[in-house]
Design a protein around this ligand. Structure first.
Ligand code: FE2
Ligand code: FE2
Length: 280
């Protein structure tokens, strides 16, 4: 609870899902305020020869996140913590993960380190910097860092595992779910996926989408598509399984010319407050 007495809604706990051999999405969902919606807050674990944690989830889900992690891998064995970018819903348990996994090296980049510098202190000997196009040998596979076409921090790098075809897209493909969370985008109600993608990307992730050079953006999406992922997981979307990957890339490519739903305004907040029964 904050010092003003307000307690935000607790995350909805969701069980981890294995999306490829020894590759697990650690999931939770945040209930939306004023709408019957929820939003995934996910991270990833690759349980290979040198286990990798990919992002560390939000602090609000710490107890469950740490328990889910420990249920999948011995923290003493974790060798790498890949941070896709420096936002709090990805760094929320970074301190705890570094403490819990004493053999782990934090894999990020210079810009991320700079931007986190006043908040998160990581000993330099526990850092590895990998930029866009770089790779990380984790013993039984070589992971690739790729800047996604859309992001809300300039430090953002997606992570691709060529051995399984799993693409961790960071914030790309962010989209809401119904209040009752679903496992995959194929489980979303008809029409909700494209509208949710437009809403989140234009208003909450990449408001410059309508201004981008269309040819350059198409090239960035094609670069993502050319990875030929077998499955896409990301922080704020249900799993994009193999049957939905092509559609996901098509939706992404179309975003610059998609008109999003209106940005919720004060009238929407007033309506949400009235509906919630909250008092001033
Ligand atoms: Fe972000
Ligand atoms: Fe995020």
């Amino acid at each position: 609870m904050s010092s003003n007495g307000f307690r935000p809604p607790a995350p909805i706990p969701l069980d981890p899902i294995e999306i490829a051999p020894d590759t697990f999405v650690l999931r939770s969902a945040q209930p939306a305020f004023g709408a019957p919606l929820s939003v995934n807050l996910n991270s990833l674990v690759i349980r290979g020869v040198e286990p990798v944690i990919v992002d560390t989830g939000p602090a609000s889900n710490r107890e469950r996140w740490l328990a889910d992690l420990a249920s999948l891998v011995d923290p003493a064995d974790v060798r790498w913590i890949f941070l896709s970018h420096d936002d709090v819903d990805h760094t929320g348990n970074l301190h705890e993960a570094l403490a819990m996994c004493p053999s782990a090296t934090l894999v990020t980049n210079w810009a991320s380190t700079e931007r986190m510098g006043c908040e998160i202190a990581v000993p330099p000997h526990r850092l590895r910097w990998i930029d866009d196009g770089g790779s990380l040998d984790v013993g039984d596979r070589v992971l690739r860092a790729v800047r996604p076409p859309v992001y809300d921090s300039p430090t953002t790098r997606a992570l691709f595992d060529p051995s399984t075809g799993v693409l961790w897209a960071s914030d790309a493909f962010a989209t809401p779910m119904p209040a009752e969370p679903v496992e995959t985008v194929a489980d979303l109600p008809p029409g909700m996926w494209p509208e949710g993608l437009a809403m989140f990307h234009h208003h909450a992730l990449a408001p410059w989408l309508s201004m981008v050079d269309r040819t350059a953006f198409a090239g960035a999406v094609d670069r993502f598509r050319s990875l030929e992922p077998s499955v896409v997981a990301a922080a704020h979307t249900p799993i994009i399984d193999s049957g939905s990957v092509a559609a996901a890339m098509d939706h992404l490519a179309s975003l610059p010319d998609v008109v999003p739903p209106p940005h919720p305004d004060q009238a929407a907040l007033d309506a949400a407050l009235a509906g919630s029964g909250a008092t001033s």
